[in-house]
Design a protein around this ligand. Structure first.
Ligand code: HEC
Length: 53
């Protein structure tokens, strides 16, 4: 995930990317990313992982 609130304004400021063997996967797969992060961790800037205490 890459943060850029202007470029990725429609996805909470996050650009999602997935690479298999160095090649980006198809756009359809990228379009699934935000929906899940949005529905689960919207209140935490769409990030699941927390900083370890
Ligand atoms: C079905 C729900 C779901 C979808 C779809 C999904 N994610 Fe996630 N993502 C998660 C969960 C749950 C975690 C936390 C996993 C863990 O901690 O082991 C996570 C973690 C991450 C992280 C680590 C940062 C964080 O939020 O903790 C990145 C980066 C990430 N996902 C990118 C993507 C990308 C890119 C896609 C699309 C190709 C995607 N995700 C699609 C559920 C999803």
């Amino acid at each position: 995930m890459v943060k850029d609130s202007r470029r990725y304004a429609s996805a909470g400021g996050w650009g999602f990317g997935r690479f298999v063997n160095g090649q980006p996967v198809d756009l359809a797969q990228h379009q699934t990313c935000f929906a899940c992060h949005e529905s689960h961790v919207k209140s935490r800037d769409y990030v699941f992982t927390r900083i370890a205490p």
